[in-house]
Design a protein. Structure first.
Length: 144
């Protein structure tokens, strides 16, 4: 299975989601490919935000080797599922879908809830980690 996690800049939430989901899938012995991307291209080629790297490391997950990239139309063909962090990203990604089948791959990671962007609040990185971990565990139970 191939899963893509998407947020705005691909430096905070989606790198965490990629790392958490890959970590959980590997623990379960699932042969899943997880990646992440951003709807904006401001951070292409950069590593994730140091605060995301830190909070992931505190939970035994290393995301420091990830490289930020921008979401593109070819992602619809490559991935089985595309999970976004908020409604803004949901509408942006769905608007790029070439057809209804591709658009149906795009869903909020937390079902009906959004993952808040922690970029402007250092204290939000741990709660965001926990929300994403909860969402990833729930997805594994639904997708296996």
């Amino acid at each position: 299975m191939k899963i893509l996690m998407v947020c705005l800049g691909n430096i905070c939430r989606s790198p965490l989601a990629e790392g958490i989901m890959q970590h959980l899938a590997d623990k379960e012995g699932l042969n899943w490919q997880i990646d992440s991307a951003g709807t904006g291209g401001w951070h292409v080629g950069e590593e994730p935000d140091r605060r995301s790297v830190r909070v992931a490391r505190e939970h035994g997950i290393d995301i420091s080797s990830q490289v930020c990239r921008q979401f593109g139309k070819p992602d619809f063909d490559h991935f089985d599922h595309i999970f976004v962090m908020d409604r803004y990203n949901l509408s942006d990604v769905q608007a790029m879908a070439p057809d209804a089948e591709a658009a149906s791959k795009v869903k909020l990671l937390l079902g009906t809830r959004e993952v808040p962007d922690p970029y402007y609040a250092n204290e939000m990185f741990e709660p965001v980690f926990q929300l994403i971990a909860e969402g990833c565990k729930d997805l594994i139970s639904k997708l296996v």
